[in-house]
Design a protein around this ligand. Structure first.
Ligand code: URA
Length: 434
């Protein structure tokens, strides 16, 4: 087989056979297909799509490119969640400890920033010392000892996705239902959890802009997971504005720590209760949604989720001094407040524009080997539905230099649509697919 022929086949809109997909993923993982050919193929998939059989073949090929963990000797049931990516999405940082503290071991493999959206691994690495590069042995040990582990992909777990994910980040090949479905589900199958909740985001701050596309993506992933014998449910959740008030790696860790200690923000907490209750029910810990929420709400209110987060940070090498005093986490030297250019009501916030601005400040990568700046980002002072007076703070830019802050300011102002009439915030979760 020749990679150039497979690129041409997909470019011309044909379906690749099972053995062709398995060959190209195997060769790419082994370093025998160069990035430039893989990028061309990924772009052909973005433009031409894949059918269900191809998507399932791609998922299995990527999952099998490394070890497939079996965690049943550690716990009868383990759980996992994954987001398809959204701006300001720090859900894992709150949800995973909540669920773990409620008694369900969480075995999670997360990603780095992707396109305009941040990634849990980058966020956690803003805690000095925090290690996400765990091998399968350590991953299993932490599931057993802590009941909570959040790791990056190692060379052992779904390594083909690790390489392709980093390539897609910088080749404008993220926005594709089959590529996202295979990327997410290959990680989930490899990491071994029995129950998986998918947070499938739609709106301007997500890779799926419409609810219909999010539903198609959710159905594809639920079908793949169910065929592989896992219990899977997906929530279609809104990214019509960023989640919470902060975007940027260290800023988001700080916000999540605030929520773990009982300090909101309300949309983040509510989303975690919804997704967490789905997991609790999938795992059979509670039957009814209200009972599952009560369990998780109690764990949060009593500080047990916070204690579990601290335990995870310590177990993965993070310095607790920074999470106990989160103001010590990396902070940007420049903070520029942007005032509202007119009075009115916030009608809409373009999450993608905000995410791209954070990347431009240094919070994301434009090339695979770029270093990111954990300190930069945005703090939103107004969200959809809020009333504004002329000159009232709209957001704060956290930047490395005054010039960086000035450079992104115009596009941030343009990302806010301010109208004359009151509006209601968009719903947080539109529907559940299971
Ligand atoms: N999350 C992933 O793991 N992969 C994607 O492609 C998108 C979101």
């Amino acid at each position: 087989m020749r990679m150039v022929d497979l690129i041409a086949k997909k470019r011309d809109g044909h379906a690749l056979a099972t053995d062709e997909i398995s060959w190209l993923i195997g060769k790419y993982a082994a370093g025998e297909i160069p990035d430039y050919q893989m990028s061309a193929w990924a772009m052909a998939v973005v433009l031409r799509g894949m059918d269900d059989r191809e998507t399932s073949d791609l998922t299995l090929a990527m999952a099998r490119s490394g070890d497939l963990l079996d965690l049943h000797d550690l716990a009868p049931i383990t759980v996992d969640k994954h987001s398809t990516g959204g701006v300001g999405d720090k859900t894992t940082l709150l949800l995973a400890p909540m669920v773990a503290a409620a008694g369900l071991p969480v075995a999670k493999m997360s990603g780095r920033g992707l396109g305009f959206s941040g990634g849990t691994v980058d966020k956690l690495e803003s805690i000095p010392g925090f290690r996400t590069d765990l091998d399968a042995e350590e991953f299993r040990r932490l599931v057993r000892e802590v009941g909570l582990v959040v790791a990056a992909q190692s060379g052992e777990l779904a390594p083909a996705d690790k390489k392709l994910y980093a390539l897609r980040d910088v080749t404008a090949t993220v926005e594709s239902i089959p590529l996202i479905a295979a990327s997410v589900m290959s990680k989930k199958l490899a990491a071994g959890a029995d129950c998986i909740v998918l947070d499938v985001k739609y709106g301007s701050g997500a890779f799926m802009h419409t609810l219909d596309d999010a539903r198609r993506l959710a159905r594809a992933m639920v079908a793949i997971g169910s065929l592989a014998g896992r219990r899977v449910a997906a929530a279609l959740s809104s990214m019509q504005q960023p989640l919470g008030h902060n975007i940027g790696n260290a800023l988001e860790v700080r916000e999540a720590i605030g929520a773990l200690r009982g300090g909101g923000p309300a949309d983040l907490v509510e989303l975690c209760l919804t997704l967490g209750a789905l997991l609790v029910r999938l795992a059979g810990l509670r039957e009814r949604d209200e009972d599952a929420r009560e369990l998780l709400g109690g764990v949060l209110a009593r500080g047990e989720a916070w204690a579990k987060f601290r335990q995870m940070v310590a177990a993965q090498g993070g310095d607790l001094a920074y999470v106990d005093a989160p103001e010590r986490l990396p902070g940007a030297p420049v903070q520029l407040a942007l005032p509202a250019p007119r009075a009115g009501y916030v009608d809409a916030i373009d999450g993608m524009a905000l995410g791209l601005a954070v990347n431009a400040l240094g919070g994301g990568r434009s090339r695979k080997d770029d270093m990111i700046d954990p300190a930069v980002g945005l703090s939103l002072k107004a969200k959809v539905g809020d009333q504004l007076y002329l000159g009232q703070p709209l957001l704060t830019i956290h930047a490395a230099t005054p010039a960086d802050a000035e450079r992104v300011a115009p596009r941030l102002l343009a990302a806010y649509r301010i109208g004359a009439a009151p509006v209601s915030p968009p719903p947080l979760v539109e529907e559940i697919v299971s």
